[in-house]
Ligand binder design. Structure first.
Ligand SMILES: [Cu+2]
Length: 217
């Protein structure tokens, strides 16, 4: 192959490959109506002009049961993801959900990996434990690969977004009103969005009561 031909082929390929510069990003800051940063909110972007490629991880995502709590509290996943619920405590738990997106009950089980379940419907799955009524967690099953959970600073930064129109949604377990808006992502651009949400007061006990001494065995 002569070198001029090779150069031509490479140049032609480069012209058709999407370059990094053709992708946009967005930084979303979620605050409550008092201006405080909100952690554990899920920011997702659903493309409105194209169907996103949904490629769930091959390995199950893990939600632990540790010290009589689910960990993490909030787990966003792509539809079609499998999730395992290992019990890291010395006592038994009984994980269940009554949510429309996944109704299930795993029989009482002790320390170990337990069952792995497939989450194949979009929606919010609220988890509970039949033994320890304070145990709560949420799985957010999404029909888009573009999502992120906010950290303590309320920030979710999403990169490598194909340019176009998106529906931006913010979910939080104590959200009062739906928080959604349309955004346009342009290439090599960082769009900044600040979203103020109203939250119900946090009345739920998150941690196991002190001195419970192991609970149900
Ligand atoms: Cu439990």
């Amino acid at each position: 192959m002569n070198s001029r031909f090779l150069f031509f082929v490479i140049a032609a390929l480069a012209a058709h490959l999407p370059l990094a510069a053709d992708q946009g990003s967005v930084q979303v800051t979620v605050k409550d109506n008092k201006g405080q940063s909100v952690a554990d909110a899920v920011v997702s972007l659903l493309p409105l002009d194209t169907k996103p490629i949904l490629a769930p991880l091959a390995e199950p995502v893990i939600i632990n049961q540790r010290d009589q709590e689910f960990e993490p509290l909030v787990t966003p996943v792509i539809v079609g993801t499998r999730i395992a619920f290992p019990n890291r405590d010395a006592i038994r738990h009984q994980v269940y959900s009554l949510s429309k997106a996944k109704r299930f009950e795993i029989p009482l089980y002790g320390p170990g990996v337990g069952e792995t379940l497939l989450f194949d419907r979009a929606g919010v799955v609220a988890l509970g434990c039949n033994i320890h009524e304070w145990m709560t967690a949420y799985i957010i099953v999404l029909e888009t690969p573009f999502f992120m959970k906010t950290q303590a600073d309320g920030l979710a930064a999403l990169a490598a977004l194909p340019p176009g129109r998106y529906r931006l949604d913010v979910w939080h377990s104590r959200l009062v009103h739906e928080a959604t808006r349309e955004v346009i992502i342009a290439s090599s651009d960082v769009a900044a969005q600040t979203i103020a949400i109203t939250l119900r007061p946090n009345t739920g006990k998150r941690r196991a009561p002190d001195g419970l001494g192991g609970g149900y065995k």
